[in-house]
Design a protein around this ligand. Structure first.
Ligand SMILES: Cc1cc2nc3c(=O)[nH]c(=O)nc-3n(C[C@H](O)[C@H](O)[C@H](O)COP(=O)(O)OP(=O)(O)OC[C@H]3O[C@@H](n4cnc5c(N)ncnc54)[C@H](O)[C@@H]3O)c2cc1C
Length: 319
């Protein structure tokens, strides 16, 4: 699986294929399966549609490891439009962003300033939001291990300023248990994922069983922390129904009500599982990407599940 995943990561980074697909197949089955919309207006409509069916969203503007400063500023402006648009609706102001999309490759302060701008915007929009129970966060995604510490530092800066920030942690990394303990010292929110990057075995578990075990153990700690009175909100970013049902059983056994935590899945992935959890009154959010730069994001979805290749095949050969 790791070899397959690595092959898909290389494909995602191939510029010629990316340009071909994005220019000639922008509305393909492949894109529509995993990407919510192209622009801010349409993505807000999509989010309202999902909300009416019981699903919350986290908005994500497409683009990874961005080197061009203008593109970074366009991403920030686009997200600000979404945040302002959300204010008028009953949606959560929940935005996901990769540190390298916000300018980490250009420098820590540049990235930090962009994140502060977005989180401040969420904070002021939330102050006048029509829904006070909304979970409003700037969720910082976690990229490869070369930026883990910088990403933790960015999160800490936002929390120090009492801005509405949340952080993604990867259960596969050895360091995560300790990082989580540090985060527990302050009010905050963590999205726990297994980890999408093929890192060296010296810093992470590579065996699926061990990663799943670690995920469950950290997930239980997060649930416990949500009851500690320290205002901690657990978000479980996974499609693994074994883990999901074990966490729900653990929460029930410990009288942790289902509004104290949530599950988040990728838009287009395991829709039946999402519907089943909604029926069970669990909070379900989807990570909802929008924008034109869909190729690298969608190819990663094939890396996670080879069966998704059928959507790519139908896009390339529609007849
Ligand atoms: C909301 C969210 C945010 C994320 N953010 C990050 C991040 O910031 N950093 C990071 O490193 N990783 C991130 N990830 C990816 C994550 O690390 C995993 O690589 C990915 O979610 C697959 O792991 P899993 O927990 O779903 O479990 P798995 O054991 O991989 O999968 C469980 C089940 O779900 C199915 N499944 C999983 N993915 C797909 C798919 N794409 N299509 C169809 N079926 C699928 C599998 O086939 C399997 O049946 C995020 C994932 C989610 C859901």
């Amino acid at each position: 699986m790791r070899l397959w995943q690595q092959a898909m990561i290389s494909l995602a980074l191939n510029h010629s294929i990316k340009n071909f697909i994005q220019n000639y197949r922008p509305a393909s089955v492949f894109a529509r399966r995993f990407v919510g919309a192209i622009n801010e207006f349409e993505i807000l409509q999509k989010a309202e549609d999902l909300r009416s069916k019981g699903t919350l969203v986290s908005f994500f503007h497409l683009g990874e490891y961005v080197k061009d400063k203008d593109k970074i500023l366009q991403t920030i402006e686009s997200l600000i439009k979404v945040i302002k648009g959300v204010k008028e609706t009953g949606l959560d102001n929940h935005i996901s962003i990769d540190p390298t999309q916000a300018g980490l490759l250009q420098g820590f302060s540049f990235c930090q300033n962009n994140l502060i701008k977005l989180a401040s915007c969420i904070q002021s929009a939330s102050g006048s939001s029509i829904r006070t129970s909304a979970r409003n966060y700037l969720m910082i995604d976690m990229e490869d291990a070369s930026v883990t510490q910088a990403t933790l530092d960015l999160y800490a800066t936002l929390i120090d300023r009492k801005l509405p920030a949340a952080l993604t942690l990867q259960a596969s990394l050895f360091r995560t248990e300790n990082d989580l303990e540090q985060i527990f010292r302050h009010p905050g929110a963590v999205r726990l994922v297994k980890g999408a990057f093929a890192e060296k075995s010296s810093i992470c578990h590579t065996d699926k069983e061990k990663i799943d075990h670690q995920y469950l153990s950290l997930g239980k700690k997060m649930l416990f922390q949500s009851t500690s009175g320290k205002r901690f909100y657990p978000i479980f970013g996974t499609h693994d129904h074994h883990i999901i049902y074990k966490l729900i059983a653990h929460a029930r056994k410990n009288n942790i009500s289902s509004d104290r935590y949530e599950f988040e899945m990728l838009f287009g992935v395991r829709p039946n599982l999402q519907a089943d959890l909604i029926r069970q009154k669990q909070i379900i959010r989807v990570y909802l990407p929008y924008g034109k730069d869909f190729w690298p994001y969608a190819v990663r979805r094939i890396g996670e599940n080879p069966k998704n290749i059928r959507f790519l095949a139908r896009s390339l050969f529609p007849e």
